[in-house]
Design a binder for this molecule. Structure first.
Ligand code: C5P
Length: 235
């Protein structure tokens, strides 16, 4: 089923503890349909929070970015499968992806989303890490790994979404972080785009953290992103 605009907005619950995350969820109300839980909450009750959000009918993105030998990733994903969830991130390396897809098995809900190149990195940062491949080529190469392994989608910045969409059509879901509404600061995001530009570039889902979490009125901030999504992609 095609998700509606509100379901295409994934709000990153990047907060220090569960009570603050729950307070934000309550303030967001109907504007919050899909939540991302990552490292910050995971060790301090984030897993139980994910369970509660799902019990309340919400969708959950577990941003665990698994990266280990294939067999260990497979076992980890099998455990995530028991927990439940909608999206799970793993790094876009062939063995990691193979393990993750095996661990997911035929679960109809859990989608394996491959992290291509973090949106906080640019070409200079890649070079410092000893990677000389052009950033855009690296993203496409890693997207190729994801498609070949049978993963469901990729995380990629708006800047690369267009090329991924052109190469893989609807074969891969594109989940785009580094989204900054016009006028908002970029923080540490190096390849940022507005929600409308990210959707036009081909994103299926947007991940937004600080511009909503730190807004004086998070629900209003979320609603304005949802409006931009709807305008850019009516269905
Ligand atoms: O606050 P901001 O909108 O920058 O948050 C973006 C979220 O998306 C963060 O939780 C970050 O970890 C996550 N993310 C990202 N780039 C990736 C994968 C995940 O920014 N490639």
């Amino acid at each position: 089923m095609t998700p509606d605009a509100a379901e295409r907005l994934i709000i990153a619950l990047d907060l220090p503890d569960v009570p603050q995350a729950e307070e934000l969820v309550a303030r967001l109300g109907a504007a919050g349909r899909f939540y991302k839980i990552g490292y910050q909450l995971m060790p301090v009750g984030g897993i139980e929070l994910a369970r509660r959000l799902m019990e309340a009918g919400g969708k959950v993105f577990l941003d665990f970015k698994f990266h280990d030998i294939g067999a260990t990733v497979e076992r980890g994903v099998k455990s995530v499968r028991r927990l439940g969830g909608d999206f799970l991130t793993v790094h876009a390396e062939p063995d990691v992806l193979k393990g993750a897809v095996a661990g997911r098995g035929d679960d109809p809900r859990l989608k394996i989303i491959a992290v291509t190149v973090l949106t906080s990195l640019d070409q200079a940062a890649l070079e410092r890490a000893g990677i000389t491949t052009k950033l855009e080529d690296l993203v496409l190469k890693r997207a190729e790994f994801a498609a070949e392994a049978g993963a469901d989608g990729v995380v990629a910045s708006a800047k690369e979404a267009e090329a991924i969409r052109a190469r893989f059509a609807d074969r891969l879901l594109i989940v785009t972080p580094g989204v900054r509404p016009a006028g908002a600061g970029a923080d540490d995001q190096k390849r940022a785009a507005t929600p409308a530009a990210a959707m036009r570039a081909g994103a299926d889902y947007l991940v937004v953290g600080r511009p909503i979490v730190q807004a004086p009125d998070p629900a209003a901030a979320a609603r304005s992103v949802i409006e931009e999504i709807r305008a850019a992609r009516p269905s």
